[in-house]
Design a protein around this ligand. Structure first.
Ligand SMILES: O=P(O)(O)OC[C@H]1O[C@H](O[C@H]2O[C@H](CO)[C@@H](O)[C@H](O)[C@H]2O)[C@H](O)[C@@H](O)[C@@H]1O
Ligand SMILES: O=c1ccn([C@@H]2O[C@H](COP(=O)(O)OP(=O)(O)O)[C@@H](O)[C@H]2O)c(=O)[nH]1
Length: 459
């Protein structure tokens, strides 16, 4: 079996050998790396100031070598905050209005990808299988090919892929498409993303879609494409949730809601997550259903994210003000309708809170997958499951058809779904939940990892 080399912008290094990593993706990648032996390379998250970072920070854990590099301040600004998060992120989330194109940032993005390739090259063996993750590193294969590497290289995109008219508004779309063509397999979360990719190639006349849609030919290369919906460690997460119900913090949370129904939202503070529309929908729900006054608590957990990017910094204020305004307008001396937590909550604690909540409110305007939706389902009590209210624009909606699917732009529609969820019969809740849970047990994170690697390594 060939060795596996994973490259991603962020790397999860276990604190000490045997420690459980933070999330399902890290669990699955670490298991695959452990089995085959391998390397996980990426950014350390630290800056080296203006000094060019020299040596990789190499850490060995069992069968896995973690190889971390710092980046200069300029690199972080141009590559990560600049092109990745101010061009590719908004474009791939259909937000043409938020994309800020700058030549400096574009150049920085390609320069950092070249830098990654040069740092990785000395570590590579001829028959290594290389798996590159996410929009930060699209040109990496192209850089490696130029250096003469003929290894199998796969790419998985964790965010949506937009339709042609959105993508081609981006000035460097041609280099980005050319970059993707250098992989042997390009994976997306859903068939919709895959279709957008194929549709764009054909529409622009730069390529063809072959063999029932899972092969592409462009820029002189033929490569595979596919939909691989990422998932969670379903069984383990479900066990966390049972255990977490005994956690002191979860018990305190339960006491503090004093028998009210709990609605939960959990998202990084990101404009793609539809948080402001969701708060509007909650307000609308209470106004349309006065019987629920003082009978519900909406807990919104929202850790800060990418605060150096202006749109994110601005959101920080907008959401805090909005939650305050709604609490002021609807609240009573003994009732605070919205509890807004603007920091990260550990995943095991989240598992207990999900289980406590009657409604999981997951309403992004656009999302690659949304693992919170899957975690909410996995955390439920089979005898009394809650209801998932899910945006039709999350990748997860392609699979979680037992959810109440909503259009997050339709505030009143979401408000009605909350009301419907809270009054749903136990029979219907069980039926919907079982359908989703059975799916998640079969299609868990290991299945995602195995399916991708099987297709990448097949001839
Ligand atoms: O690394 P950050 O800039 O702090 O951002 C965190 C991660 O956000 C994105 O997550 C996406 O991947 C999830 C798993 O596949 C998916 O469920 C979700 O819909 C996506 O938004 C980003 O793609 C990651 O690279 C970031 O690390
Ligand atoms: O306070 C928090 C908020 C979120 N998460 C985790 O962060 C991940 C978010 O993944 P998702 O796919 O929903 O969105 P992303 O942030 O990757 O866009 C999930 O595993 C959450 O459990 C967490 O551990 N603590």
């Amino acid at each position: 079996m060939s060795r596996l080399v994973v490259v991603s912008n962020r790397v999860t290094v276990p604190k000490k050998a045997g420690d459980a990593p933070a999330g399902g993706l890290a669990v699955a990648l670490q298991a695959a790396l452990e089995e085959r032996g391998g390397i996980w390379m990426g950014w350390s998250g630290n800056s080296s100031g203006e000094r060019e970072p020299e040596k990789l920070d190499i850490r060995e854990h069992g069968n896995i070598t973690y190889a971390l590099t710092d980046l200069t301040d300029t690199d972080v600004e141009e590559y990560y905050h600049g092109f990745a998060n101010r061009v590719l992120w908004p474009i791939c989330h259909y937000r043409l209005d938020l994309a800020e194109y700058g030549r400096k940032e574009m150049a920085g993005y390609f320069r950092v990808n070249r830098f990654f390739a040069h740092k990785l090259a000395p570590l590579l063996k001829e028959d290594d299988i290389i798996w590159v993750h996410d929009y930060h590193l699209i040109p990496l294969a192209s850089e490696l090919r130029q250096m003469g590497f003929k290894n199998k290289i796969g790419f998985f995109l964790h965010i949506p892929w937009p339709p042609a008219d959105v993508l081609f508004a981006m000035p460097v779309h041609e280099q980005i498409m050319r970059g993707l063509s250098q992989y042997d397999l390009v994976g997306f979360h859903t068939d919709f993303d895959l279709d957008n990719f194929g549709g764009g190639l054909v529409r622009e006349g730069i390529g063809e879609r072959l063999e029932g849609g899972n092969k592409f030919s462009t820029y002189g290369r033929t490569f595979k494409g596919g939909a691989y919906p990422i998932s969670i460690e379903t069984e383990a997460f479900s066990k966390y949730a049972v255990k977490a119900s005994r956690n002191t913090m979860v018990k305190k949370a339960k006491e503090s809601i004093e028998g009210r129904d709990l609605i939960i939202g959990v998202d990084r503070l990101d404009y793609s997550k539809g948080i402001t529309q969701r708060i509007d929908a909650f307000e609308q729900f209470v106004r349309l259903n006065p019987a629920y006054q003082n009978k519900v608590t909406y807990l919104q957990v929202t850790p800060k994210s990418r605060s150096e990017v202006p749109e994110y910094e601005q959101m920080q204020r907008t959401v805090a003000e909005q939650a305050g305004r709604v609490n002021g307008a609807l609240g009573q001396v003994d009732w605070t309708p919205i509890r807004y937590v603007n920091r990260s909550v550990p995943r095991p604690l989240l598992a207990g809170l999900y289980r406590l909540a009657k409604i999981g409110l997951v309403t992004p305007l656009r999302d690659g997958m949304n693992l919170v939706a899957k975690e909410y389902v996995a955390a439920q009590d089979p005898e009394d499951p809650g209801v998932l209210v899910l945006s039709r624009f999350a990748g997860a909606a392609r699979e979680l058809t037992g959810a109440l699917l909503v259009n997050p732009y339709d505030i009143e529609g979401t408000a009605h779904a909350i009301a419907r969820g809270l009054s749903m019969s136990l029979d219907e809740r069980k039926q919907r939940w079982e359908k989703m849970m059975n799916h998640l047990l079969e299609y868990d994170i290991n299945r995602w990892c195995d399916d991708f690697l099987k297709d990448l390594t097949a001839d």
